[in-house]
Write a protein that binds this ligand. Sequence first.
Ligand SMILES: *[C@@H]1O[C@H](CO)[C@@H](O)[C@H](O)[C@H]1NC(C)=O
Length: 513
Amino acid sequence: MYFHFKLQAITLISLCLISLSNCVRILGIFPVPGTSHMMAGSTLMRILAENGNDVTMVSALSLANLPKNLKNIVLTPQKEQEMKVDFYSFDLHPYLQTIVYNMLGPDLLEMVLSHPKFQDLLNSGEKYDVIILEQFYSEGLRYLGKHLQAPLILYSAMDSCSWTNPAVGNPAPPSFVPELSVSGPREMTFFGRLENSFLFLLNELVRNFMVLPTHNRIIKKYFPQAPDISEYYHNVSLVLLNAVSGVNDPVPKVPSMIDIGGFHIKPPKPLPEDLQAILDGAKHGVVYFSMGSNIKSKDMPKETLAAIMKVFSGLKETVLWKWEDEDLFGKSDNIVIRKWLPQNDLLAHKNIKLFITHGGIFSTMEAVYNGVPCLTLPIFGDQALNAKRATTYGYAKWIKFADITEETLKENVRELLDNPKYSENAKYRSRIMRDKPQSASQLVTFWVEYVARHKGAQHLRVASLNLYWYQYLLLDVIIFIMLCTIVFLVSLKYSTRYILNACTKRSSKLKTH
Ligand SMILES: *[C@@H]1O[C@H](CO)[C@@H](O)[C@H](O)[C@H]1NC(C)=O
């Protein structure tokens, strides 16, 4: 009995020790006040907390139902900082978007750094093993790695791009890697490469002459002792990318870039009874329509709404519509509205035939995961990019939201419902997405703990980070080879002339004699 007790005590103590030694203290910084950003950040932080780590998450909106090892520091907006954007009238040239979006950065930085709760956190003397920072115009906040003396991990909702490539020295030659930041994948014909090179250059200029200097100035304002941003900009141990094969394109990635796309998708739960009954009973299948968490269906322009209503009313399929108001005046019987819908559980139902979406990356991934074809109605940000890529992969069609008319909408909806190739392609993409050695949440946990275990995992850094840009582009080598060639050619010219001269002299000498 005593022995048994002792054994139990030993197991208990060793279990505690194991969990203690595994427990990583993580600080997550997700300051963007947007629902999809919050959803992604909190899901990541929950995954890490569920695996026994000690997590603190700084965010702009508050989280509910927290496990006790997940602490939430909410940076409630000081002034009127909430983003109130009229998404439907968002109409900006894609090239300008790159510049305009970058203007969000300084405000975000100020919001975080000036907030009393964030100041308290910095002054608390609390130590962390790793910091996870959402890369969304937040470059200056990379200074926190130095300030808190903890390795920095970036999370990006986009695939590798100009936001994250320079941080870890990831190569992205514009000859074959499309710039993601705007519009869509480009075919690498001559003009495709020309446009892509132009965008590559634009991003480099904006980053070096706009983003870095402004962020540097703000950081120096709050931390006068901070070094220049160029010293910590590349001090990034790991980049977690919301990308996954099946949805994203294959592009080069250095070993410190990890694809964790699909981490937000959980195995489907049973649907609420009423929804289950609607879906089971839909003889002709169901079209599911949602504009995502930021853009509200109820705010759309009247003419577009009228066109959509007309097309939906004429369908034999049932339409399930995420409509954020009590009522939808004049809707026909095949239209069912709900203020909120459990999207991923819904998409898993076999009767869902088509997903009409704004094309946000999380929605696109859920569609692919469940093998559902899409009609994408992109409005802003990366939505057009996701839409065009989905069309290239043959499981979607797209219409710019502003271009919706009754005719275009009807034609596209019917084509997607009646031509089986879209559904086949969606299922094919789904098989690719699901075929991987580890789940996305296992990957997240492994890699974050890995960085903590290896104190920043410096061994993953690629050597290009130690080079100047002209060294990286081999300009010095090219100039050296050109100089050598010139020296060689010039000396060849003079030596031939000399030898020729010598020869003619000798022959003339011979003649005179
Ligand atoms: C880089 O990050 C490490 C933590 O991994 C930190 O100790 C160091 O001070 C940082 N250096 C700079 C220049 O930011």
